[in-house]
Design a protein around this ligand. Structure first.
Ligand SMILES: [Zn+2]
Length: 196
């Protein structure tokens, strides 16, 4: 393989879920595609880290800070739904079952993998709850060991705050990813939430 083909193959093969064979197929596909598409793709990849940043209030990924959800006056600012990842937030948003605000942890507590309380933006959540008019925090982490440990940590961290803390019902299959749950499952999980 020539230098340019080899270089792009190596770069693509570093993406999650893309092995060497897939990377080679993608390079051949790009060579057969219109040049304008390849250029557009390259520009979009190059710009993504410059235009997207974490929201300083909720850590959602956004192009404006604070993010459109935090600044939307039609949303219920008394309720905060805590999710592990941005795809979890997207799944709940697409389902349309929740009209409050969010807090994105960007992970779950996993001490063995080096993810401790300080990595999860929980202090930022405590500041939001302590400083605002939040009446309920809904912990929507998945029902795995890490998800439950994270939920417990959140409830301990917020124990001094005057706020109701609830946990989504385990309608989500055990260990299942929130982001793959359908609308009805998400709706039931949120509606049947219980106090922690
Ligand atoms: Zn936000």
């Amino acid at each position: 393989m020539s230098g340019a083909i080899q270089d792009l193959t190596d770069l693509l093969a570093r993406l999650p879920g893309v092995g060497k064979r897939t990377a080679q197929r993608l390079v051949l596909h790009l060579l057969r595609s219109p040049a304008a598409y390849a250029r557009q793709l390259g520009a979009a990849i190059g710009a993504i880290q410059d235009v997207v940043c974490p929201c300083s209030l909720c850590r959602n990924l956004t192009e404006t800070d604070p993010c459109p959800i935090c600044t939307d006056p039609r949303r219920d600012e008394t309720r905060i739904c805590v999710v592990a990842t941005v795809p979890d937030l997207w799944a709940i948003e697409e389902s349309g079952v929740f009209r409050g605000q969010y807090h994105v942890l960007h992970g779950l507590l996993a001490p063995l993998n080096g993810i401790g309380p300080d990595d999860l933006h929980i202090e930022l959540l405590r500041e939001r709850v302590a400083g605002g008019n939040v009446s309920e925090v809904i912990v929507a982490t998945r029902p795995s060991v890490e998800g439950e440990a994270t939920a417990l940590l959140i409830s301990q961290t917020l124990s001094e705050c005057d706020v109701r803390i609830t946990r989504i019902a385990s309608g989500i299959p055990h260990g299942g990813e929130l982001e793959y749950a359908d609308r009805m499952t998400l709706n039931r999980a949120l509606t049947d939430r219980r106090d922690m």
